[in-house]
Design a protein around this ligand. Structure first.
Ligand code: ADP
Length: 489
């Protein structure tokens, strides 16, 4: 541990009304050494287990110590009874206090708290998980929580103690070894209340879906996807929050995994790119991609069989590995080809119905599989059979629309990146201007513009009299003029 580790004498918390706080107190001059820059809190490690936040009395900003209302004499640290128990110290004990330097990526992704009453007020015993977690995040933001730590907290006139039963930092949700971290605006909090506590937790499920991934910034550009980070964040929150957390957590929440989603919007906007990326992120390998018209067969019953075959691997895995089965992601492009709504098929044979049914039984019917995620894609959502879009089926539906100017710029950057690195891109090329001039272009069309500009540049280097003559590579330059020519094609 860096820095000095002075000894302080433990005293009781100085004021009665501090009994319901989680803060330890010490003299401002002692505090100065422990303040974490940019934060109104200081952290200390007492012994080797406890991480306590030290705040000035009544949680005043440390920069404004003139508001001090209760001074603890220098060299003392005031801990309440719970904190003393936690740190295994008594009043009068000398303890050594280390400044706590939070490591990088120390934000908690998940915090599980067990609630008990310490003081029951007049209010009812229902605890709204969404509201309470918001309160806890606001109040304890930037504070370190350690598994096993007990914290007193007042909410709606009731006094609670919560015990931290699980604390997991970002990116390591699945590992059990991580036991402490700092509460952030994104920390997802799960409440547990033993039956004997008399507390009823409500709205935990809503809290889960609205809080996770709310502020997550996804850098999709590095995956070659431009302009779709808001859509991606939306998909992630709605469809995958439940898959990122371990099953014992999701089962406590009563969350069922999303098994189907639909990406819809004009062609060439990046739906396939997105679906692929999602697949890779969720199970680290290329997902299976099929195409509606390919699956469709003119022979009776053959299409249904093709649909069944798509799920064969997943079925086999579920049979042999049960809960341990890996996730099978099936990307279904042009899903409208096989799942048209009844009104739109005029043959009256009911063939489409049986294909739709075949698909549905695998997602939420009698043969339903828990280890599949079906990502349907279509340019024509309006053609789809309504039955496919109900909850439990392709329930998460996200529109992927044409890129805005900023999105177009990102897409142009992505597709010119290589030539920029190899200095084939002339310095006069102004991508911002091109983005401004390509309103209503899809990603695929922008890619087409880049390809066409390249063809103009290459053409300049060709010697039409002697096509076998080697090209002068160093002279290849794609210029703004090439792009403008491409735009006017
Ligand atoms: P969709 O599935 O929506 O019809 P695709 O994802 O197949 O469209 O896009 C076709 C091609 O167009 C992609 O392979 C990519 O090169 C380019 N493209 C489309 N949208 C984007 C985007 N948002 N960012 C980068 N490239 C894009």
């Amino acid at each position: 541990m860096a820095g000095r580790s002075p000894t302080m004498i433990v005293t009781n918390t100085p004021a009665k009304d501090l009994a319901y706080t989680n803060f330890a107190y010490c003299n401002p001059s002692d505090l100065r050494n422990y303040v974490v820059p940019g934060s109104k809190l200081a952290f200390a490690v007492i012994g080797d287990v406890s991480v306590l936040s030290i705040a000035y009395p009544f949680n005043k900003h440390l920069t404004d110590l003139s508001h001090a209302t209760c001074i603890i004499s220098s060299g003392h640290i005031a801990l309440n009874a719970i904190q003393r128990r936690h740190a295994k110290v008594s009043t009068g004990d000398p303890i050594s206090v280390n400044r706590f330097i939070p490591p990088e990526n120390f934000n908690l992704a998940l915090l599980t708290l067990e609630l008990e009453f310490v003081k029951k007020g007049a209010r009812d015993e229902h605890v709204d998980a969404g509201l309470l977690s918001q309160q806890i995040r606001n109040r304890f933001v930037n504070q370190v929580m350690t598994a096993g730590q007990r914290v007193t907290f007042e909410y709606h006139g009731n006094g609670y103690i919560f015990t931290v039963t699980q604390a997991a930092i970002e990116g390591q949700e699945k590992s059990k070894g991580i036991e402490r971290g700092m509460i952030s605006a994104d920390t997802y909090i799960i409440f547990e209340a033993p039956n004997s506590s008399g507390i009823k937790i409500v709205n935990q499920r809503e809290a889960a879906s609205s809080n996770i991934f709310r502020h997550k910034e996804f850098n999709l550009q590095s995956f070659g996807i431009g302009g779709l980070s808001a859509e991606f964040a939306d998909i992630f929150r709605r469809a995958f929050a439940s898959r990122v957390f371990p099953s014992h957590v999701t089962s406590k929440l009563g969350i069922k995994h999303v098994k189907g989603m639909l990406l819809y919007g004009p062609p060439g906007t990046g739906k396939t790119l997105m679906a692929r990326q999602i697949g890779k992120m969720l199970n680290g390998k290329e997902p299976k991609i099929v195409n509606g018209p390919e699956v469709l067969s003119k022979f009776v019953g053959e299409t249904e069989k093709n649909v069944r075959d798509l799920f064969a691997d997943a079925e086999q895995d579920q049979r042999t590995k049960g809960d341990q089965s890996e996730l099978h992601i099936i990307i279904f492009d042009e899903i409208d080809a096989i799942c048209k709504s009844r009104g739109s098929t005029r043959d009256g044979t009911g063939v489409h119905d049986s294909i739709v049914n075949q698909l549905l039984t695998k997602i939420d019917g009698v043969e339903s599989l828990n280890n599949v995620l079906l990502i349907g894609m279509t340019n024509r959502k309006d053609l789809l059979d309504e039955a496919l879009l109900r909850p439990g089926r392709l329930e998460v539906q996200v529109e992927i629309s044409l890129p805005d100017e900023n999105g177009r710029l990102q897409i142009l950057q992505i597709h010119t990146n290589k030539m920029k690195e190899s200095s084939f891109l002339a310095p006069d090329v102004n991508l911002e201007e091109l983005a401004a001039r390509t309103k209503n272009f899809s990603g695929a069309e922008l890619e087409g513009v880049v390809k066409s500009a390249v063809s103009y540049a290459l053409n300049r280097q060709l010697n039409m009299e002697d096509l076998t003559k080697p090209v002068d590579e160093d002279n290849i330059k794609v210029t703004m003029e090439d792009f403008l020519n491409a735009l006017h094609e």
